[in-house]
Design a protein around this ligand. Structure first.
Ligand SMILES: *Cc1c(COP(=O)(O)O)cnc(C)c1O
Ligand SMILES: [Zn+2]
Length: 450
């Protein structure tokens, strides 16, 4: 049992267990029952600003490295480690862009669509929000070596943070399942990269066994400290809306860490009286990796106050195994069929009155081209949010005029192959292929659309 005077401690999410542990312990799963762990705070021992604008004032002291960070600027809300162990490389300098052009293309009113560009992070994806928190915890507990299973962005982010604080790092990736932008980062940032003949789910299983056998610090989103950092994506969205919550948050779902973190963020903010209502959450799968959608929409799996019907999950996974199923989507970042944060995501859907759905690869690449043409661009998985939004508008789940924030999780340059193929091979209505012409001024001039 942790000391009750602690500001923060870890707690098992299973209400039938509820075991508690100090933050100084490195666990990743409840040793008593095997369920996920949360970081929980004794809020009355933390000096949280009375209003959210108290955090915004830190923009004025950007020479303080913690105030500069878009994660640690909100440090009272993720208060699990001392300042001296906090690792930061300037993450979270991301923007919420009001995008009326794209909104209009989707049939939305001006001022309705907002894009949260997490591709602007140091390694080019939202993962840096979590990695800064995980490595801060790793420093606090004196870890020497880190590892992750990755579809790409986790490894890029881990390698960058590991070398910024002197930890070794090992990356497990599924053979041929990683976009080149991401693989190039992992190698360039010095990650020891191990390609397993298998998919992400195989890597995820192996890395957990390797970490527990060798005492290596695991930075996948099983790590509850990582999710604490990812809460700040929601804080920055409401900050940029003048401390108002939007009506909807739309996010792609892979291992379901983000959606889980978002639900926890809103619950805590509401409990602290810092927001007066909780937005709705839409989690979007790719149809080739649709475990969450199948379980929630077809099998009616629910959080049910923490009493999740495990037999539904076991049957579903047994069927995947029996069919030798491996997930497939061009959105490699969400090509996951056994999401480790499934139960926390069910909780988030319960907190946020959420919905889930799956979109096809064709819908994803079209939406991606639309984001590129009207905004800052994104990688395929990120565009699942826009593709999902189209469905939610069409079926009336999201009403015209509601304020929607889509999280664009990764940078456009992460996966140039998908982008180039879409445009050059004219795969969709937004394809914009290059035109070839002889090296001749008159012929070139004829081609210019003045
Ligand atoms: C990791 C990742 C996702 C999936 O996020 P989860 O938290 O695992 O659901 C989506 N998009 C991108 C670009 C990612 O890197
Ligand atoms: Zn437990």
């Amino acid at each position: 049992m942790p000391d009750k005077d602690n500001i923060a401690y870890q707690k098992c999410i299973n209400p039938a267990c509820g075991a508690e542990f100090d933050c100084g312990q490195t666990l990743f799963k409840c040793p008593d029952c095997g369920e996920l762990l949360d970081v929980v705070y004794n809020w009355d021992k933390i000096d949280v600003p009375d209003t959210l604008s108290g955090f915004g004032r830190r923009w004025a002291s950007r020479d303080n490295r913690l105030d500069f960070s878009g994660v640690w600027r909100f440090r009272e809300l993720l208060n699990f480690c001392p300042d001296q162990s906090k690792v930061s490389i300037g993450e979270g300098q991301t923007i919420l862009q009001q995008n009326d052009d794209l909104g209009k293309a989707l049939g939305m009113a001006d001022g309705s669509l907002y894009l949260q560009y997490e591709g602007l992070n140091p390694s080019g994806s939202f993962k840096d929000n979590g990695m800064t928190a995980a490595f801060s915890h790793a420093m606090m507990v004196g870890a020497k070596s880190s590892a992750c299973a990755s579809t790409g962005n986790t490894s890029a982010s881990m390698a960058l943070y590991a070398h910024s604080c002197g930890l070794k790092c090992t990356v497990f990736i599924g053979s041929g399942r990683i976009a080149f932008g991401k693989l190039s980062q992992a190698m360039d940032y010095g990650g020891h990269t191990i390609q397993i003949m298998g998919d992400f789910d195989d890597c995820m299983k192996q890395v957990q066994d390797v970490c527990s056998r060798l005492g290596i610090y695991l930075v996948n989103s099983l790590n509850p400290f990582r999710l604490e950092g990812q809460k700040t994506i929601m804080l920055r969205i409401i900050e940029q809306l003048g401390w108002q919550v939007p009506d909807w948050i739309v996010v792609p779902g892979g291992n379901l860490g983000n959606s889980s973190a978002f639900g926890k963020a809103f619950l805590e903010l509401k409990q602290l009286g810092l927001i007066d209502r909780i937005p709705k959450l839409a989690v979007i799968n790719a149809s080739g990796a649709s475990t969450l959608t199948d379980l929630v929409n077809d099998k009616q799996l629910r959080w049910n106050d923490g009493n999740v019907d495990q037999s539904i999950i076991d049957d579903y996974y047994a069927d995947l195994t029996a069919r030798n199923f491996s997930p497939h989507t061009c959105a490699s970042a969400i090509e996951i069929s056994r999401p480790v944060n499934l139960k926390k995501c069910l909780r988030a859907l319960d907190i946020c009155n959420g919905v889930v759905l799956a979109v096809t690869d064709e819908e994803i690449v079209d939406a991606k081209a639309q984001v590129g043409m009207h905004g800052l661009g994104c990688e395929p998985a990120s565009a699942a949010s826009i593709a999902g939004l189209k469905h939610l508008l069409a079926d009336g789940t999201i009403a015209a005029g509601e304020k929607v924030a889509c999280v664009l999780t990764g940078h456009a340059l992460k996966d140039p192959n998908v982008t180039v193929n879409y445009h050059k091979e004219k795969q969709g209505p937004f394809s914009n292929p290059p035109v070839e012409v002889a090296n001749d001024l008159e012929q070139i001039i004829k081609l210019i659309k003045a």
